[in-house]
Design a protein around this ligand. Structure first.
Ligand code: GDP
Ligand code: MG
Length: 308
């Protein structure tokens, strides 16, 4: 499947929510009435763009349409596409990472950290990197086994700790070993934690500090893995984690099963953090590097205002 088709399939439900709605109320309208504008904003909110960002986008569209002398139906959609794209481009970073790089995956239970660790390992390995997976989730007995399966699938090395070892000590040993072996991409899977549990947040900060000590000067990424179904709660989660450890990116998982994919726009608009990857399924290939243009094209196709 081509990259764009992956975007399109992954965002199908969100697009139906948003664009299906656009088609309905933009049909036959030649101007952007107050009512249409309100419906546009509501459509964005329903797709989980968030009330603040939805309002901002609606305002931008209103201004753009006013200033556009050729304001026909289709141009409303064009202006909408442009407004959404601008929000995403503002925070976008390319997926070129330095070598070596350490990637810490953090987030709450069930968000998709371990699955994403496995997918990322396969992805970077296919780019010719020497990848190492570190199993720092010592909380659940099955967690290591699950990561082990992913390591085998991705054909990369897995480093795990001795029974009962502290997560930070596993991270220390894994990164030391990775650096000495010349690994250039070290992906660390951590235990699920709630942002409002202070002992778990302290443990996370310790993991970050220890990673810096084990591999001084090595570029460190701290990616929060978020379940897209969480909707607006994802915003709060991200804010809290960001405050505690200074995130460098986000991964939105389970985009395939939700109509709440607009959360990507909310995260960009309200947090200023880039989405790095989208999880669009449970298989190893179901991970896509985030691309703002493709995202907008999949969410609000150019043809939205024409087809009936
Ligand atoms: N549909 C779908 N399921 C996913 C995705 N990512 C993870 N999952 C599923 O979500 C569940 C929890 O994933 P897991 O990686 O164990 O979460 P963790 O607790 O954060 O490590 C598993 O059943 C995964 O197969 C995704 O992008 N799409
Ligand atoms: Mg896990």
């Amino acid at each position: 499947m081509g990259l764009f088709d992956k975007f399109k399939n992954g965002l199908l439900k969100t697009a139906q929510e948003l664009t299906g709605n656009l088609q309905f109320f933009l049909q036959g309208t030649t101007q952007l009435s107050k009512q249409t504008l309100k419906e546009l904003e509501e459509g964005l909110v329903r797709a989980d763009v968030g009330s603040m960002t939805a309002r901002a986008i609606a305002k931008e569209v209103e201004t753009a349409v006013k200033n556009d002398t050729t304001s026909e139906r289709v141009s409303v959609v064009q202006h909408l596409r442009k407004a959404v794209l601008e929000k995403l481009l503002k925070v976008h970073v390319s997926d070129d990472l330095p070598k070596p790089v350490i990637i810490l995956l953090i987030g709450v239970n069930g968000a998709g950290k371990t699955t994403t660790a496995g997918k990322l390992a396969a992805h970077f390995s296919s780019e010719g990197r020497t990848v190492l997976l570190a199993a720092a989730d010592t909380f659940r007995a099955a967690a290591e086994e699950q990561l082990m399966e992913w390591a085998q699938r991705a054909k990369v090395q897995l480093i795990r700790g001795a029974h009962g070892a502290a997560p930070s000590s596993i991270v220390f040993d894994a990164l030391k070993s990775g650096i000495s072996q010349g690994a250039d991409c070290m992906v660390v899977d951590t235990a699920g934690r709630l942002h409002n549990r202070s002992n778990l947040m302290e443990e996370l900060k310790k993991i970050v500090r220890v990673a810096e000590k084990a591999a001084p000067g090595v570029h460190q990424e701290k990616w929060l893995v978020l379940d897209a179904n969480t909707g607006q709660n994802a915003l709060n989660q991200a804010k809290e984690f960001h405050k505690e450890v200074g995130l460098t990116g986000l991964i939105l998982t389970k985009i395939d099963g939700t109509a709440k994919g607009g959360i990507v726009v909310a995260l960009a608009g309200e947090l200023g953090l880039p989405v790095r990857y989208l999880g669009v399924g449970e298989q190893v290939e179901d991970l896509i590097a985030f691309d703002p243009q493709m995202f907008v094209e999949a969410l609000i196709p150019n043809t939205a205002a024409y087809s009936s």
